[in-house]
Ligand binder design. Structure first.
Ligand code: PMP
Length: 397
């Protein structure tokens, strides 16, 4: 076929392709890549936490000792030693046979969507929720229904009213993206028993659970009812996102279908990366390393909260996260975070408007700030600039 014939090819997009949208965050990240911008927009882990020398040593060792296997095709379930380590580290009894290594937990969301959602299936999400999950679910054409949520987690009355026929509830109990909130012990206990009564499966996404500041969060929902939950974990926030490694812990009844979806998607996650991670973490490395990430992120979070206290005008509200990477902000009445963004960028600071994280009924006054990528000095400067942008936006009438 000649080149010009190819260009004229009459591509007809699948219905699911028409449902796909560019991630608002990735679009915003492009704007904020301008030199000199202090970005609170992306949820990019601090590169200071990447264990580069450990990976360098592990890379050399893996190639020397098991190069043939590391560079060969491998099992779709994942590297067995890593699966055993994942199972052993979780706070409830997990058989390594239930662990499926994924290409980031984002792939876990995609596989769950493919296996559990039909066109028109009802899927329940928190208000607001993780944008990347909405992106993964939407092409399967579900009816995404937002469940009202407060500072302690999902509202159980609203959940009960909306649960009939739902395929699952997608929930982030720890240091949620975008709000930074954590579901309380009482709410977890109540949600767990209510979901069991309703026969409502739960997809629990927990990439941030290890990043607590002062006290660990309560037990995951999956620990309370393993048969009723699919659990998604990630190495992105405790080691490095560039590894693209995460995992699913699935009930045995669901595992084979997730595995088949995984095979169709990418055969298996990179075996070389899996072996390097197993090598790096085998002697309790995470127990030494993760506390250093917690301490760094806590200091950055404290700096952000103190700067906000100092600079923000009256009527701006924010929460105090107990871990994770995000602060959630609500502007005074009448202000709009999407309109504020270009003004903030003009002043050299960026954030993500909260509207991106709502399946429906977005609150235009909200925005998300990440405190992990910028330095403490940048945080101080950036928050002062953001406060100035808010003041000007409020004064414009
Ligand atoms: N879930 C949530 C809530 C996230 O915030 C992210 C990353 N931003 C992911 C899943 C995906 O993470 P990864 O694929 O890097 O494991």
């Amino acid at each position: 076929m000649k080149m010009n014939e190819l260009q004229n090819a009459p591509w007809v997009m699948a219905k699911r392709a028409q449902k796909m949208n560019p991630s608002v965050i990735r679009e915003i990240l492009k704007v904020t890549e301008k030199p000199g911008i202090i970005s609170f927009a992306g949820g990019l882990p601090s590169p200071k936490t990447f264990p580069i020398s450990e990976f360098s040593a592990a890379c050399e060792k893996v190639l020397r000792e098991s190069g043939d296997a590391a560079l060969q095709y491998a099992a779709s379930e994942g590297f067995v030693t890593l699966r055993e380590m994942v199972a052993a580290a979780l706070p409830w009894p997990v058989d390594p046979a239930q662990v499926l290594i994924t290409t980031g937990s984002q792939q876990g969301l995609d596989l769950v969507a493919k296996v559990l959602i039909d066109e028109g299936s009802r899927v329940l999400v928190e208000t607001p929720t993780y944008l990347g999950a909405l992106q993964a679910f939407t092409p399967m054409e579900p009816e995404v229904v937002s469940v009202a949520s407060d500072a302690e987690g999902v509202d159980l009355d609203d959940l009960t009213a909306k649960a009939a026929g739902a395929r699952f509830l997608y929930v982030l109990p720890n240091f949620q993206n975008p709000t930074g909130r954590t579901m309380t012990e009482e709410r977890r206990a109540a949600l767990s028993s209510r979901a069991a009564e309703l026969g409502l499966p739960i997809v629990e996404d927990n990439p941030y659970g290890d990043l607590w500041f002062d006290t660990p969060p309560p037990l995951p929902l999956s620990a309370r009812n393993p048969e009723g939950c699919v659990y998604l974990g990630s190495f992105s926030k405790v080691l490095a996102p560039g590894l693209r490694l995460g995992f699913i812990v699935a009930p045995k009844s669901l595992y084979p279908k997730l595995l088949q979806a995984k095979q169709a998607a990418d055969l298996h996650s990179p075996g070389f990366n899996q072996r390097m991670v197993a090598e790096v973490i085998k002697d309790g490395f995470l127990e030494r390393h993760v506390p250093t990430i917690r301490a760094l992120y806590k200091s950055q979070c404290d700096a952000m909260l103190a700067a906000m206290q100092q600079h923000m005008p009256e009527g701006v509200h924010w929460n105090t996260p107990a871990g994770g990477m995000f602060v959630w902000v609500r502007l005074p009445e009448g202000l709009n975070a999407i309109e504020l963004l270009p003004k903030a960028v003009d002043k050299g600071v960026a954030f993500v408007p909260g509207a991106a994280f709502y399946a429906d009924g977005a609150d235009p006054r909200t925005l998300r700030l990440s405190f992990v990528t910028a330095s403490v000095d940048q945080i101080k400067t950036g928050i002062a600039a953001l406060a100035a942008a808010i003041r000007e936006h409020a004064a414009r009438g």
